[in-house]
Every structure is written in C-alpha cells, then in structure tokens.
Design a protein around this ligand. Structure first.
Ligand code: UDX
Length: 421
C-alpha cells in the first residue's frame, strides 16, 4: 500500500519506517527539511536503536517531502503523527492536529480516489470524530466515512524498544466507523498474529489514554508502597515480585524508584485529568498518581541531606539525565526536578549521561558536564537517576551513593541508600 506519514517526530519516524519494512511505499511529510534530508539518506531524525538500519534497508520504498498535497495525492492513506503538546492547564494543545487536518482536507477537496486519514498521534477521546472530522470536512467540502475514510490507530511504543513494540505488539487497536478504512488497517496489519481489536474511534482513543494512565498508576503505587517498605526495612522489589505473580495483577511496571518521566505518561495522565475535570468528574486516583510522581524525585535529595545536611558548596555527581536508559530524550526526566533542587540548595552539580547531555545543557547550562561516568564518582556524593547499563560496570567502593533506580553494583562497598530500599 502507498501511505503518507504527516510528522516525522518519534511516532512518525518509527511508524513510517516499520510500514516500509512491511513492504509499503511510504512518503514522509514534515515542515522541517533537515529531518527529511536525514530520512532520504537513511538516517533517523530521532534516536532509536535500529531505526537508522531500518530506514537505510527500505530506502527504495521511502520518499520524503515538505509538500503535503503531493504526498496525499500519491498515497491511499495518511497517518497523522504530529505532536500534541500540553497546554498550561494540562489539557492537550490540538493546534498541530487541527492544522494537519485542514491541510489534508484541502487536498481531499480535489482528490477523486478514496483516501483514509488515520489518527496515530495520541489525542483525547473525541478528538478524531470531533475537531479532526470537522476540519477535514470544512476544508474538503466532503463528508467523512462516505467520501473519505477516518480512523484511529493508537501506538503503544516505548522509546528504546519501539521497533520490537511495533513488530511484536500485545495488541493492535483499530478505531473505525467505515468499512473501507477498516479494510485499509486490516490490510496494513494482515501479517500480525496478535489480538486485533476493532472498536469505535473514541474507544480506540480512550484505550491509549487508559493504558498509559494505568501503567503510570502502577508506578506511583509501587513508589508509595516502596517508600513505606523502606521505612519498615522490607525489600519492596521482593514484595512486588510476589504481588506480580498474581495473574490478575502482572509483574510489569512495578519497579519503584524516582518516578516516571518521558513524553507520554506525565502528559497523558494530565490530559486525562483535564478531560475528566472538564466533564465534572475530577479523578482523585489520577491526581494522586501525579502528586506521588512529583514528590518522589525530591525524596532522593532528602535522603542525600540525611548524609550531607548542608549541600552548599558540595560537589554532587549525577549519573543519568535521560528519562530512562537507551534514549537521549530528557522530556519530564526526573533529573530535572532533582538538579533544580540541588541547585536551590547551593550544590555544585557534575552530571554525566551517555546520550542526553546535549539536550540537558540547554536546560541547565550552568552545571558541569563530565565526559565519563568515572569522573562523576570523584564527587562528594553520587545520585543515580537513570539505570544505564554502563553504570553497572563502575567501582563505587567508598563512595556515598543515593540510588533512584536500583543499580545493584552501586551498593557494593559503598555508603549506599536506595530511594525505596
Ligand atoms: C510509554 C509507554 O510504555 C508506551 O506504551 C507509550 O506508547 C508511550 O509511553 P516510554 O515513555 O517510552 O513509553 O517509556 P516507559 O518504558 O514506559 O517508561 C516511562 C517512565 O516510567 C520512565 O521514566 C521509566 O523509568 C518509568 N518506569 C517504568 C518506572 O519508574 N517504573 C517501572 O516499573 C517502569
């Protein structure tokens, strides 16, 4: 099939490359020519293990353009993969979604053959059949589900393992209202053997939000229980290993630590809170999930102060800046509030991350960035914020280590405290 991908950020780049690998012709569209140049030469515009190789391997099926009209005319389906940033009140900002819908609608006005528009970006339930449909219909003068197709097909990709998540998913969710759009999605995913759920469009959108909100809830729950276990001298990991063996519960996403970051969980939970609030149902559980997640990183600094009550003038080493290992992404990284707090306390910060320093420098230009993890170990104390594999290979003997992610090696021969253990 010939498909176009609108937006070559994280979701667009991964989705397009994977559809090309599945044998489809893929046209990437973006307003940023630099990203398109990278794609044309088989390089990913974002860091994701294996993505460069996948793009390079499928280059004969890939093209890239800034011309939305051309891309839509030449393809049968368009996946909207543009960003959905947050408004200051936590609700999602749909300006890019609205603009993309309008741009597609203008081309559909002239296009005679059937075209299906698929929402891949994470949008709150009601967006695709609401503002997206309206903008498409106004700009095209046509009617959705009759003159063109409209569908929702949320992604469940984790950064760092996105390709595995695409090719071996737990499920594929297809929100459809018209048979031709259903056929488009069923054809694209024909070779997948996982459960395929065909739902109404608002249901598909909601599945995505509720999945992320539930996983975030598991993490905050594990952190709240972890804080209690620590005070009782109980190993929280053992507790959750036991709890997770209950098939109704499942062991995943029970790792306690300094909380969740990234481009999805914090934003999606806040957006769901805003949507529920607007419906007159402010969600108590989700508000607590966010509250626990905001307090959790600061506990690391509180634990540090137990050992070094006055941080003024102290050199505090930070291992890890990315929101999790195997990514250069620092969005909502727990390193941000932790380093903010250390600075407030007057500490000097020496930070290291294998990939995320360049991004972090723009947020905190005033701190020192080390060129190796070993350099960070020279400080008065070390905080572990991201569990990069290479931190397992360091020698922590004699160091004061406050661990936010449970790196077992860091406890060997050191003065050691874990945030929940
Ligand atoms: C997440 C979802 O997993 C994915 O399905 C969705 O499409 C996008 O959001 P991602 O943000 O890439 O993916 O990372 P993920 O691996 O889920 O981790 C998110 C955050 O939670 C990280 O900061 C991680 O350190 C933290 N986390 C995860 C925990 O603190 N404990 C856990 O048990 C699991």
């Amino acid at each position: 099939m010939k498909i176009s991908i609108l937006g070559t950020g994280y979701v667009g780049a991964v989705t397009g490359a994977c559809f090309a690998e599945l044998g489809n012709d893929v046209v990437f569209v973006d307003i940023d020519p630099a990203k398109l140049d990278m794609i044309r030469t088989g390089r990913s515009p974002i860091f994701e293990p294996g993505l460069d190789e996948l793009l390079a391997k499928n280059l004969h099926r890939i093209s890239a353009t800034t011309d939305t009209a051309l891309a839509i005319r030449e393809t049968e389906a368009t996946f909207i993969c543009v960003g959905t940033p947050s408004n200051p009140d936590g609700s999602i900002d749909l300006q890019y979604i609205a603009a993309a819908s309008e741009a597609i609608g203008e081309v559909l006005r002239e296009k005679e053959s059937w075209h299906t528009v698929v929402m891949k970006s994470t949008v709150v339930s009601g967006t695709t059949t609401g503002i997206v449909r309206r903008r498409l219909e106004e700009a095209s003068g046509k009617e959705a589900f009759r003159d063109f197709g409209l569908a929702s097909n949320p992604e469940f990709l984790r950064e760092g393992s996105a390709l595995t998540d695409v090719f071996s998913p737990d499920r594929i969710v297809m929100g459809v209202e018209d048979p031709r759009s259903r056929e488009v999605l069923e054809t694209l995913y024909a070779t997948f053997t996982c459960p395929k759920l065909v739902t109404a469009i608002p249901v598909a959108e909601m599945i995505k939000y509720v999945s992320n909100a539930f996983l975030a809830t598991k993490i905050s729950f594990a952190n709240e229980i972890g804080n209690l276990c620590k005070t009782m001298g109980i190993d929280t990991a053992e507790v959750f290993a036991g709890v997770g063996l209950d098939a109704r519960i499942n062991p995943a996403f029970f790792r306690s630590g300094i909380g969740f970051g990234g481009s999805c969980f914090p934003k999606d939970v806040r957006a769901l809170i805003a949507q529920a609030g607007a419906a007159g149902l402010p969600p108590k559980i989700l508000q607590s999930v966010v509250a626990v997640n905001e307090e959790q990183p600061l506990r690391l600094v509180a634990l540090l102060k137990k050992h070094l009550p006055d941080l003024k003038g102290k050199r505090i080493g930070v291992l890890g800046l990315a929101f999790k290992p195997d990514t250069d992404d620092i969005r909502e990284s727990r390193a941000i509030p932790i380093i903010g707090e250390l600075r407030k306390e007057g500490a000097g910060v020496i930070a290291y991350d294998p990939l995320a320093i360049a991004h972090f420098r723009s947020l905190f230009p005033e701190i020192t960035y080390a060129s190796s993890a070993a350099e960070v170990l020279e400080c008065d104390a070390v905080l572990i914020i991201t569990e990069w594999k290479e931190f397992e290979a360091l020698d922590y003997t004699g160091k004061l280590v406050i661990d936010g992610r449970r790196v077992p090696k860091a406890a060997v021969g050191s003065i050691y405290e874990g945030v929940c253990w």
